[in-house]
Design a protein around this ligand. Structure first.
Ligand SMILES: NC(=O)C1=CN([C@@H]2O[C@H](COP(=O)(O)OP(=O)(O)OC[C@H]3O[C@@H](n4cnc5c(N)ncnc54)[C@H](OP(=O)(O)O)[C@@H]3O)[C@@H](O)[C@H]2O)C=CC1
Ligand SMILES: Nc1nc(O)c(N)c(N[C@@H]2O[C@H](COP(=O)(O)O)[C@@H](O)[C@H]2O)n1
Length: 312
């Protein structure tokens, strides 16, 4: 544990602390990773099951408009969740070992990526118990973070963990020495994993599209690597490129559950849209990209939450 991840217990939760009442949590339970009480964590914020042989439980969770937009435009942040669903998202963060965003989100939002629910570490609780590990998917190491980036300020204030940054193998040196120092000094780290080879078997038989211009990493390798690092549950928050790739027919079976906040608004054209690539049936005819089963709809304030599992 690095010095900055150590030991200050924040007796008084800060004013930005959020509440998500125990009764409101019930509908989420079947969709959450299995909990295992760890001796060091209070029962309200259990760690997840260390099943060494399996991949982490992956929960995909984001907020969307009625026209499937995450934000008004690339590179900008848009607040879609109402206060209750925002608190729910923070509760979900406390129930996962790690939360993942793409570099596009890190650049657009400068997010804190911590959990601000009263009672977790940094918000009235001990140490960093209940705080997830932020993970930024940045294959080409183009996030020019420094110690003033919000996730590092949050770590400095003992209100969250320092990030792990995932780059494609061979791109490690693209991160400056200065940045690597910052990362290490806050207790973060650089993970490198292989780039997805174009010839990697694709169960859909589809070739990569032109839209896939990023250095696509293989989700299976990423999840394997995270499991080896004791990450047993991963909450994927976005943004659009990450979600569309994770919901791509070749990856969607890696998603254990989805918890999606739907806000009562149209953002209009030009937003960052969730719309994964279509599947082709055996005749080559387009069919639904993804369908969900075991679906539950729960109103929360002005929003509605859709929980479900991917139908494989
Ligand atoms: N409403 C909500 O709940 C949320 C909204 N957002 C919003 O979404 C927007 C950001 O979305 P977007 O611009 O699409 O950016 P993303 O956060 O999805 O990041 C995209 C980048 O991540 C890297 N990446 C994505 N998938 C992979 C993969 N499989 N393998 C390797 N690298 C990958 C690529 O980096 P490279 O190009 O360097 O290869 C890619 O360009 C922002 O406006 C943000 O505010 C974000 C999260 C949640
Ligand atoms: N659940 C949800 N609702 C919205 O309306 C959002 N815009 C987001 N965005 C995600 O939350 C991150 C911001 O987190 P911090 O408050 O800075 O910790 C942002 O980066 C998106 O991942 N989510």
């Amino acid at each position: 544990m690095a010095a900055s991840e150590s030991r200050r217990d924040t007796a008084q939760p800060p004013k930005e602390s959020l509440q998500f009442p125990v009764l409101s949590r019930v509908f989420l339970q079947p969709y959450l990773p299995v909990s295992l009480k760890s001796s060091s964590s209070p029962s309200a914020y259990p760690q997840t099951t260390p099943a060494k042989t399996s991949l982490p439980h992956v929960t995909l969770t984001y907020a969307t408009s009625l026209d499937s937009s995450l934000s008004l435009a690339p590179g900008t942040q848009t607040h879609l969740s109402g206060p209750q669903s925002k608190a729910m998202t923070h509760y979900l963060r406390s129930r996962h070992d790690a939360i993942l965003v793409g570099v596009g989100t890190a650049l657009a939002d400068d997010p804190g990526l911590n959990c601000r629910i009263t009672g977790v570490g940094g918000y009235g609780g001990k140490e960093l118990i209940g705080q997830p590990r932020p993970i930024v998917l940045d294959p080409s190491a183009r996030w020019k973070f420094n110690a003033e980036s919000r996730v590092f300020r949050t770590a400095r204030e003992n209100r969250g963990k320092a990030p792990w940054i995932v780059v494609a193998q061979g791109n490690e040196e693209k991160m400056s020495l200065e940045q690597r120092k910052v990362l290490g000094s806050y207790g973060g780290k650089l993970l490198s994993i292989p780039q997805r080879k174009p010839e990697m078997e694709d169960p859909t038989g589809e070739a990569s599209t032109e839209a896939e211009t990023y250095a696509a990493l293989d989700w299976q390798s990423l999840l394997d690597t995270l499991a080896q690092q004791d990450v047993y549950s991963l909450m994927v928050e976005g943004g659009g490129t990450v979600i569309n790739d994770l919901l791509h027919p070749r990856n969607a079976q890696l998603v254990n559950s989805v918890i999606i906040t739907i806000a009562p608004t149209y953002l209009g054209q030009g937003g960052v849209v969730v719309s994964p690539e279509r599947k082709l049936d055996s005749q080559g005819k387009p069919t639904n990209a993804v369908r969900f089963k075991e679906v539950k709809w729960q109103p929360l304030g002005a929003d509605v939450i859709m929980c479900g599992r991917v139908e494989v």
